[in-house]
Design a protein around this ligand. Structure first.
Ligand code: 13P
Length: 309
């Protein structure tokens, strides 16, 4: 069975988190991978379509190449897995995306897992498109993450007012729909909305500090009960630390972190003009995220028995 799937199932059963670290700028790759190795933490390394369309990730071929350059030996390979994050069916600018060919190409290139994001579609359409991608990916043994509900922040313009989103449960995944979605689409992992927001990606707002986000853990409990698959928390940067461990224990097995490490890199690059110094700052911040923020230093040890010799 696919190792990423085995790892995330194990994480889910044991209340452990495997973070997913986004790479919107290619020079971020070696620093992030090294931080995972030095913190002995199991992690996904991820890129989403918006990161090659609106940032400097290049494309899925470039990211795979950078990954292969950073992950050269068995020891390093035992810490990280490559994931294709958000491939939307309809993107943040309301344009149709040729999601099928992007995902097929990533699978052919050797990405370990993929995400189809049909969250801007109706429930029925989201189920239909996700089931189509599940069929395609499972034929190659690759697990599929899907999304139901709206984790805001990727839209153009200013981010939505956080307190309002949380108070009104705006975009929150509806538990009953989530149950039906998992059953009928066959997705392996589900991204759900219950309080987090994505860091802004539009040019004017992408350097902003994210709001401190809360998680509605009662809502999460309903989603866990309804779905029975590992849940994914998007918009991981800036979630208040006290919510994290309870969320991992309840069923959040994967959490995506983009803005926090991206800003560490781009802020340092702006201040020093040096890619090397920016990589150093990113390396330190990623270690901080893994150890101090997420508290998962040494997590690879837990999965060691599952890894190939
Ligand atoms: P943040 O940039 O808010 O950490 O979110 C990352 C993410 O969810 C990528 O899919």
């Amino acid at each position: 069975m696919n190792l990423s799937k085995v790892i995330l199932d194990e994480a889910y059963r044991n209340g452990i988190l495997v973070p997913s670290l986004n790479i919107p700028h290619l020079p971020m790759m070696p620093a992030v991978v090294q931080a995972c190795v030095d913190e002995q933490s199991m992690a996904f390394i991820a890129v989403s379509r918006v990161e090659w369309e609106k940032f400097e990730a290049g494309g899925i071929v470039d990211v795979k190449r950078a990954y292969d350059e950073a992950v050269t030996d068995t020891e390093t390979r035992s810490y990280v897995r490559l994931h294709l994050d958000h491939v939307p069916v309809i993107d943040e600018d309301n344009l149709q995306v040729d999601y099928r060919s992007i995902i097929s190409e990533a699978i052919d290139l050797g990405y370990d897992s993929v995400m189809i994001d049909g969250s801007r579609l109706s429930l029925d359409e989201n189920i239909r498109v996700t089931a189509e991608i599940v069929e395609l990916a499972h034929a190659s043994g690759v697990p599929v993450e899907a999304e139901l509900g709206a984790v805001f922040g990727h839209e153009d313009g200013p981010p939505p007012p956080y307190e309002e989103v949380f108070r009104e449960k705006r975009g929150f995944t509806v538990p009953k729909e989530a149950g039906r979605f998992v059953r009928e689409s066959g997705c392996d992992w589900l991204s759900v909305a219950f309080g987090s927001v994505h860091g802004a990606i539009s040019e004017a707002f992408r350097d902003m500090k994210k709001p401190d986000a809360r998680l509605d853990l009662d809502h999460l409990a309903l989603l866990v009960e309804a779905t029975g698959v590992p849940l994914v928390l998007h918009g991981g940067s800036g979630v208040l630390k006290e919510y994290l461990l309870p969320a991992f224990k309840q069923g959040v097995a994967k959490m995506n972190i983009g803005t926090e490490i991206r800003q560490a890199y781009t802020n340092a690059l702006r201040e020093t003009g040096s890619v090397g110094k920016a990589q150093d700052a990113l390396y330190e911040r990623t270690r901080y995220v893994l150890n101090d923020y997420l508290g998962i230093r040494g997590s690879r040890e837990h999965f060691r028995g599952l890894l190939p010799e």
